[in-house]
Design a protein around this ligand. Structure first.
Ligand code: NAP
Length: 288
């Protein structure tokens, strides 16, 4: 019987995961189907129960269930516990185990795609939701000098900062439109957009949180948004002659670790990236 794995969330119309995960299973000729499980809140408990059956390898979990799902699982990996969110369910001796691979996807993009040197660097992180928390925790032991977390709702930035009380890293919070953000942005070596600003169909596609004159040419600008592939922020970064990376490599790397957790096999990154890019191109051409 064909084994199954899939993505749990709501809505799921634009998810690229089915395309690039299926490409990885097909590469290994595995009899596994990656499904799209659009699930309402009232269906969630039943769906998780189903995952216990042998034919299910596990699942990816996305908005809005990354936090809620934790209460339904048998074991939570310590990293996921620290980040307060689960984006992958895998199995260990029949138990459902919650993992968080977003931080891994984020770091792998910086290290393997961009060869970013963390030592003594200043980082500006825009946003204080789940993706920002994963980024902040991943950066916390990398030797950076200063991390500023700027968010529209400043209390959420303060909450993430308070999770790092026992480390030497200088970590501060800020509002997103405060005057000092310009100064901080200009001296940042790495600027990360972990807000949903700039996403297609969000009504903010034309919005950039920073303009070219606020970005140093020595900076790397990392937008976690991948649709559109070049966001308004990345356009501004290009105008500033800064290096850029969008959210697609992070998406592929986080999914690659999920694949490894389900199968124990080395993920075929290039194949997954190509399949993700093809799916993204057909989305941006309006065919999905
Ligand atoms: P989330 O928990 O809902 O957080 C959303 C963030 O965006 C919050 O900081 C929120 O600020 C901010 N925001 C939303 N609308 C805003 C607006 N109009 N003005 C200013 N700030 C606004 O979402 P998430 O899971 O962290 O995801 C954040 C982004 O990262 C999304 O675009 C998501 O697609 C992307 N992401 C990408 C990957 C990847 O693999 N590439 C992985 C995870 C997430 P408030 O706190 O003030 O509401």
């Amino acid at each position: 019987m064909t084994d199954m794995v899939g993505i749990l969330g709501n809505p799921l119309n634009h998810s690229l995961s089915p395309a690039f995960q299926q490409a990885a299973f097909d590469y290994y000729n595995l009899d596994v189907r990656y499904m799209t499980w659009q699930t309402t809140k009232s269906e969630l408990t039943q769906k998780i129960r189903e995952l216990s059956a042998d034919r299910y390898l596990g699942a990816n979990v996305t908005i809005p269930y990354k936090e809620d799902i934790m209460a339904h699982l048998d074991i939570i990996d310590p990293k996921a516990l620290r980040m307060g969110a689960v984006n992958t369910i895998a199995k260990s001796k029949g138990a459902l185990v919650g993992h968080n691979t977003d931080g891994y996807g984020f770091l792998s993009t910086l290290t393997s795609q961009k060869e970013f040197d963390f030592e003594d660097r200043q980082v500006l992180l825009l946003g204080a939701g789940g993706a920002a928390r994963a980024a902040a925790h991943s950066l916390s032991d990398k030797g950076i000098k200063r991390l500023t977390i700027a968010n529209r709702t400043i209390e959420k930035a303060q909450t993430i900062c308070s999770e790092f009380s026992d480390i030497e890293l200088q970590i501060v919070s800020s509002g997103i439109s405060e005057p000092e953000i310009s100064e901080i942005a200009r001296s940042a070596d790495l600027i990360i957009n972990a807000t949903s600003i700039g996403m297609k169909h969000s009504g903010t596609e034309e919005v950039s949180l920073l303009s070219a004159d606020q970005i140093s040419p020595k900076a790397l600008v990392f937008d976690m948004v991948y649709n559109p592939p070049i966001t308004s922020l990345l356009r501004e970064a290009r105008r500033a002659n800064a290096r850029i990376v969008n959210g697609l490599p992070m998406l592929i790397h986080q999914g690659a670790l999920s694949f490894k957790l389900w199968t124990g096999l080395n993920p075929p990154i290039e194949i997954m990236h190509k399949a993700g890019l093809n799916a993204l191109n057909s989305t941006t051409n309006g065919s999905i």
